[in-house]
Design a protein around this ligand. Sequence first.
Ligand SMILES: *Cc1c(COP(=O)(O)O)cnc(C)c1O
Length: 374
Amino acid sequence: MNTEPATRSIPLVDLRAQQAEINDEVTQGLAEVFGNTSFIGGHQVADFERAYADFLGARHCLGASNGTDALELALRAAGIEAGDEVILPANTFIATAEAVCRIGAVPVLVDVDPEYLLIDPAAVADAVTERTRAIMPVHLYGQSAFIETLEPVAAAHDLAIIEDAAQAQGARRHGRAAGTIGLAAGTSFYPGKNLGAAGDAGAVITNDPALAERARILGAHGSAAKYEHDVVGFNARMDTVQAVVLNAKLTRLAGWNAQRRLAAERYAELLHKLPGVVVPRSAPGNEDVWHLYVIRVPERDRVLKTLNEAGIGAGIHYPYPLHLTKAFASLGRPAGSFPVSELAATRILSLPLYPHITAEIQEHVVNELAKALG
Ligand SMILES: *Cc1c(COP(=O)(O)O)cnc(C)c1O
């Protein structure tokens, strides 16, 4: 009897094999947390903060409730205030800009470069005004932004560089780890990220001890000691339960990133025969961690629909540049403002990619893509 389903389903991200690898460790760790009910502030959080700082080669890491909160903490601890302008790319996940808005600062969007779709340093230089206080490069899709080109712009205008490192855990540029180059960084451990928790979590990373301390106080109700509230902060702590999962996964992250790299190479080999497909490449100097595998195709919407109907969980990251979302219509940047981001948004297509994807699955994905392209 044929028990094969009519269409085989391949998700964009499959975390089950990751979970199987860490299951025993996590079960044991959770038993400890529940046994001594150390749900907030358990030693596992501090253990993770030390381990993640070491993994990146940074001096300080502060566990946080999620990536958006981590970015907000980084901005506030860097002294960014209401009314300040913060430059960031139009092509990013909305959280980068949300963090800016939540502190009353003003997101100033710029376009990206046409090849890697990363924040365009020349556009950043053009967007600087008297009110600019920070630049937020986003290390998109697992690639480091061209931060060494932003550093002189930041230095010339006394701007803070606050990295959005949510998609680049372990990525390096000229040997420097994403998230350790600017004044501070925020990262996200949303389950689908390269390092993912069992729910929401994030972290602030910095080499500046005073900034790290300010961020810690802001994220703990503005208090360094219980009930001594020195500033109005909020609650942005990482749960102990999340730290247990992250500690287990962190020891495997370098290996999983290497598996992603191999999978990306395999896709490049399989895809180069398909006419009209633009295959992503690593920028010179970059060691990417392939958070997403983003190709560009003609007739993207039709191709995506056909792939989805064939059970392939392809996606779009992201369908709208920020200025074309309803949420940011108030920025007053009409269509045509950022042509590279806008054109990319009509052609980009993310193929399934995760550490344990097999060659056989990738071949199936590419076969279906070839059919969809017609
Ligand atoms: C995931 C992500 C975030 C925010 O993360 P949350 O943990 O969901 O708050 C921020 N920026 C980028 C680029 C992301 O991909």
